[in-house]
Design a protein around this ligand. Sequence first.
Ligand SMILES: Nc1ncnc2c1ncn2[C@@H]1O[C@H](COP(=O)(O)OP(=O)(O)OP(=O)(O)O)[C@@H](O)[C@H]1O
Ligand SMILES: [Mg+2]
Length: 323
Amino acid sequence: MVKFRSPKKKSPKNKRKTDPRVDGKPNRKASRAPAPLPPATLTALIGATGGVGTTSAACALAMSLAARAAVGRTQMQRMTDGPRVALIDMDFQTGACAHHLDLLPTISAEDLSRPAAQIDASVVSVMAHQTVGGVALLSAPNGTDGIVSPRTVLALLDAATQLFDHIVIDLPRRFEPWTSSVLAGADVSAIMAELSVPSLHMARLRRAQLAPALGQMGRALETVITKHERRGGRGSLDLRDVQTALGEPAFHSLPMDPEPLRAAINSGEPLISLKPDCRYALAIEQLADKICLAVAAAHPDASLDASLDPREEPHATAQRSAA
Ligand SMILES: Nc1ncnc2c1ncn2[C@@H]1O[C@H](COP(=O)(O)OP(=O)(O)OP(=O)(O)O)[C@@H](O)[C@H]1O
Ligand SMILES: [Mg+2]
């Protein structure tokens, strides 16, 4: 079991207990014992509007899953097994995962222009040569969106599901031909929105556009509120407005926490190791917990025993995205 950071400070006695479902301010008690990591997870994040923090969340979430996946594995096992977590940047036009992690793009323009039939696990394992914090990065240079075919993108994702147990996808907010397939094939798909009228408006529009594709797979597009300020001041919205605007509450919220994020992005060091106790990192741990619990609930027959090698049984996600 993961041994988590102990809570820093006790919250003041008179402080209202926060709803662990939506509040970015972590419920410290809840964050002590992390949810067990299911054998496999595929999470896809898409921004409702620009700059809301989708890439920051995708990077931090991948790091959190990697830390969980490393528990109970010796250094030797980790080296022999290789990374179990991948972060895939599907924004081929302006993707920034490589910048956030201070890595170079790992997929060449030539690889991206290959026909789908040539993309298999061995090709993708060569692409996934750069890792940080146990996360293998799959990202292409900016401006390669014009050369990639939707079939190649889905073949790449399918191959990645054979190689990695846990995958986090950062989708571009523009709709691409593969957007709905990726979101519908993921275990947990979330639209990231700020608490502002334009962002919630766009989230509602996107949810309506994506509902048919996701509904067919029996899935829903969750909402994650980003840059949440508990005391937003006059004229600001609060989490109750999410219910009003979208017809359901937010799956989670991430707090406004600029300083640690700025420090992490500018140093190239993962936030989870640079500022593990900051509000944002703790809220990401909670998000990872919720994802693990949602996946476990959807696959109750899947063993949570980390000693099992899930690669022996292809995860349903691989079959879904191949379909
Ligand atoms: N919770 C947060 N609190 C404060 N600042 C944040 C938070 N999340 C992200 N940021 C900052 O917001 C900026 C944009 O973040 P990020 O690149 O993750 O957004 P994005 O939604 O992926 O943007 P794009 O639409 O361009 O892809 C960065 O400077 C980042 O540090
Ligand atoms: Mg981004």
